[in-house]
Design a protein around this ligand. Structure first.
Ligand code: CA
Length: 237
């Protein structure tokens, strides 16, 4: 865990909300920078480093989606918590798979938001593995590189979202072990929460699709009925 307080960036154009976030996130404790529009937010984010970014979706100049896309295209893996005003926007955020790590819909509870940011920071600290941990894992034709954040199936590189990457890394690090959805939420997402089973299910389904896994005859990620999921390479039939 870092010894100095984490450095957060809040990109939010509504002055009152930005001030509220600065006040409460400072109590984590954390250093909090605020950017009031899209272009200054992106410049600040790229100028980082930050331990996490709280990013409003609707911003003047550049949207939160644009900023998230830019950050990821620059290889920045900083955890992003997206603020969205409506459920309809949430569908877009999730549907576009832009690499936000979590989201909160407005109006939000400050306590809930603080808990989410804390969880993001904790997860980031957990995934910053010790220096003697392996940086690369391989299982049959599947290989994954934690440092470069890239994964391959044979010679084909897989296009994974940050969460899908973390899930695959976690599974490949524990072959044969069955995980409950709650364990995956805790260990991969970084928070324990009821009612998020569908989040795990949908990420697993997308990951399976990218691995070419058939639901009824999985080669990599297997459903363990009544428990959750297990990673194990099945012999090709
Ligand atoms: Ca806004």
């Amino acid at each position: 865990m870092p010894t100095s307080p984490p450095h957060l960036l809040v990109i939010e154009d509504e002055y009152d909300i930005a001030a509220l976030l600065r006040l409460h996130l400072s109590e984590l404790p954390a250093h909090v920078d605020v950017a009031p529009d899209g272009p200054s937010g992106l410049a600040a984010a790229l100028g980082g480093p930050f331990d996490a970014i709280v990013l409003d979706l609707r911003l003047p100049g550049l949207s939160g989606l644009d900023i998230c896309r830019e950050l990821r295209s620059h290889g920045r893996r900083v955890p992003v918590l997206m603020l969205t005003a409506r459920a309809a926007e949430l569908d877009r955020v999730l549907g576009l798979e832009l690499g936000a790590d979590d989201y909160v819909t407005k109006p939000f509870s400050v306590l809930e938001l603080k808990a989410r940011v804390r969880a993001l920071l904790r997860r980031a600290a957990l995934s910053a593995a010790p220096a003697d941990a392996p940086s690369r894992l391989a299982s049959a034709e599947l290989s994954i590189d934690r440092v470069r954040r890239r994964a391959w199936l044979g010679t084909q590189e897989l296009v994974l979202t940050p969460r899908e990457f973390d899930l695959l890394w976690h599974f490949m690090g524990h072959p044969g072990r069955a995980f409950t959805r709650a364990e995956l939420l805790e260990q991969v997402w970084g928070y324990g929460h009821d009612g998020y089973d569908h989040t795990v299910n949908s990420h697993i389904n997308r990951l399976r699709a990218k691995l070419g896994d058939d639901r009824s005859e999985s080669r990599f990620i297997h459903t363990v009925w009544g428990v959750g999921y297990r990673f194990e390479v099945a012999e090709a039939s």
